[in-house]
Unconditional design. Sequence first.
Length: 256
Amino acid sequence: MILHRDQHLGPRSRKQPRSLWAAALALAGLGVLGLPAAFGAGAGPLLFLGDKDYPPVAYLEAGVAKGMDVDLAKSLGGPMNRDIRVELMDWDLAQQRVLQGEADGLLGLSISDERRKIYDFAAPTFTREFGLVVRKVEMTIRGEDNLRGKKVGVTPGGFPRKLLESKPGVLLIFIENYLDGLNRLAAGQIDAMAADLWVAAFLIEQNKVRGVTILAKPLATAQGAIAVRKGNSALVAEINRAILGLEGSGQIAAIQ
């Protein structure tokens, strides 16, 4: 579903076709020989990190981690025969901690060629669309070609920052989170916000943000997956085997 101007409800994360699942799992090394039947048996607990400001995908409610990515991570514990702990925090910090070896993986990191250089990815579970939110009175901005000289809000660790930071003349302004960006946009402090369209639409609706709209044409589409530090192929294979089992039992579809 593509979001059209003046709509509040954004595009849902789309389910992956079974053929894509099979191909992704094969490419990710699921077929590694020698994995025992009770994979993960006797292994230690895992710590996965996520974004605390990404509802309904991942968010904190009264200090409790919630959201689709959180549900997916917790569902992996049974088939992996491991205890899985989830912590949500600033997304930029979460990525740093995984790269420094302070946690086992990231939840729902959008896949890009640049990120593949430093992370290994499990099979993708969601597809996300990224685009622009603008003020309704600022309809001179109709796409990325109109951003030269404009102030565009982005989160420090988000995928949209990577999309736009190489674009000449675009003035990137760091925002604390999408809700902060929406409020600053409505107040005229920035000209646009680049964001996950579904999350932005959810926040607009939930917080009754007025005077803003989401442009119909996305900047990019990316798959999201659990990411681990580069070289940890054994953990990727273990996660993929668990994901395949959850997909076969219908639990992945229920979470989506």
